[in-house]
Structures are given as C-alpha cells and as structure tokens.
Design a protein around this ligand. Structure first.
Ligand code: CTP
Ligand code: CA
Length: 228
C-alpha cells in the first residue's frame, strides 16, 4: 500500500466529462438519439477520480450505474448538456465523450402524435443542436487548459478526426472506428488513435477502462507541463 501525491497527479484538479447519448423529444413518448452505452465516459470518470481529480460527469440517459466517487449530473437533451457543462465550469480538463444528437425536433409535439390509416407519416422539421465541445473549446474566458474531443467514425477515421481537431478548437481528439463489424459500440474494448498538434498516435486494442486510464494519465502529464 502506498499513498501520496505521486499517485494522485490530478489532486486539486477539476475534470468535466460528458457521456452517453442525448435524447431529443419528438413528442412525450418518442425521441431521436445516437447509439451510446456511456461506458467509455464512465471509465474516464473513474480513471480521473482514481488519479485524485474532482470529477463532474455530465451524462445523458444511460442504463449503466453511476460511477462511485464522482459528481454525476443527469441530463436529457443536448441543450441541457451544454447548460450543465457551463454550470460546472471552471475546470482544468474537459473531455467530451458524449454522443450528442446533432439535431433536435424544432417544435416537439406536447401531446402524443397519433398514427392514423389515412394520414401520411409526420414530417419532422429539425434544428441543429449546439456543439458543446466547440462552445467550450472556443471560449475566450474560462476555457479549460485541456479540451479533449472524441471522433467516432465509420470510414476515413483519421481524415475526419484531423478535420475535427481543427474545426472544433480541441487540443486532442480521440478517434475510433465504430463501424458495426468492429463491435466497439456497446462493447468493452476499443481501438483508438490520439490526435494532438504533434501528430497521430495509434494505440493497440485494449479495454475501454485501459483507454480511459491512458487518456487521463496523459492529460495529467500534460497539465503538469503547463505553467499554472
Ligand atoms: N460534440 C458535442 N456537441 C455536439 C456534437 C458533438 O460536444 N452537438 C462532441 C462529441 O462529444 C465529440 C466531438 O464533438 O467529442 C465529435 O463529435 P462527432 O459527432 O464525431 O462530430 P460532429 O461535429 O457532430 O460531426 P459528425 O457527427 O457529422 O461526424
Ligand atoms: Ca455528431
């Protein structure tokens, strides 16, 4: 047994993590969502807490249990997720692992939309959701020192991830191939690439817990290298 600051490099640091999907209502009983188990975000939260961080996990609706030792803020929609992240600031590190719905229904119905034999399917008019990662990464005041995004892609993974690193203003992008044959969606393993201003590092396949541990260790080292 050993304890001490060498094992808690994130002691005194606040880490915000977004996780899970968001649900965007169509009517009181139906919604639009992305596929996301919330496992990678949950593992990130636990890994950061293990290194001594004060962790706020902003999670959309998931069926997994809340991780211990972490402040969990439950939200439903992308707008609520952005508000919860802004309310949780300031932070030293922000990691955006949520699978945010890109669009919401512009005017959700207040009552359940009924099918009827004579009516055509309803046309849904969509509005774009706020980009939470971009909003936080591009803040002029109170930007976390390290902003990390994810890029879940089904093809041309590195091409898309490089574009996201630039367009969103993130410091790092963790990219992965989530095409169905990889089994990553909902599974316990992940194969990721870490994109930084220094280039691309491709990590071997490992558990989502190990991916999380590696990301937060790297983040702790990065913070330590910056002037406070
Ligand atoms: N993200 C976010 N808010 C959104 C959309 C995405 O915070 N409204 C974050 C995700 O949590 C992830 C990163 O942005 O960290 C990339 O998400 P992704 O869906 O891959 O990128 P998009 O810019 O939405 O592009 P597309 O879905 O078209 O690939
Ligand atoms: Ca998206």
């Amino acid at each position: 047994f050993s304890s001490g600051s060498e094992n808690k490099p994130l002691a005194g640091r606040h880490v915000i993590i977004t996780s899970g999907p968001t649900h965007e209502p169509i009517d009181p009983v139906r919604y639009i969502a992305n596929r996301s188990s919330g496992k990678q975000g949950c593992e990130l939260a636990m890994a950061a807490a293990k290194l001594g961080a004060d962790v706020t996990l902003v999670s959309g609706p998931v069926s997994i249990a809340d991780p211990p030792g972490v402040r969990v803020v439950r939200v439903t929609t992308a707008k609520e997720m952005l508000e919860a992240v802004e309310a949780a600031l300031p932070a030293d590190i922000a990691i955006f692992a949520a699978a945010v719905a890109d669009w919401r229904v512009a005017a959700p119905s207040v009552s359940k939309i009924k099918k009827s034999a004579s009516n055509a399917p309803p046309a849904l008019s969509l509005a774009e959701n706020p980009d939470i990662l971009k909003a936080i990464a591009q803040r002029s005041k109170g930007r976390p020192a390290l902003v990390v995004g994810f890029a879940a892609e089904t093809h041309d993974v590195l091409v898309h991830a490089k574009k996201k690193l630039k367009s969103k203003g993130a410091d790092w992008i963790v990219a992965n191939d989530v095409s169905p044959q990889t089994g990553i969606m909902g599974g316990d393993r992940n194969t990721v690439h870490l994109l930084t201003s220094a280039g691309v590092e491709s990590w071997p396949e490992m558990t989502k817990a190990d991916v999380a541990a590696k990301i937060v260790e790297r983040a702790a080292k990065h913070l330590a290298s910056l002037k406070r």
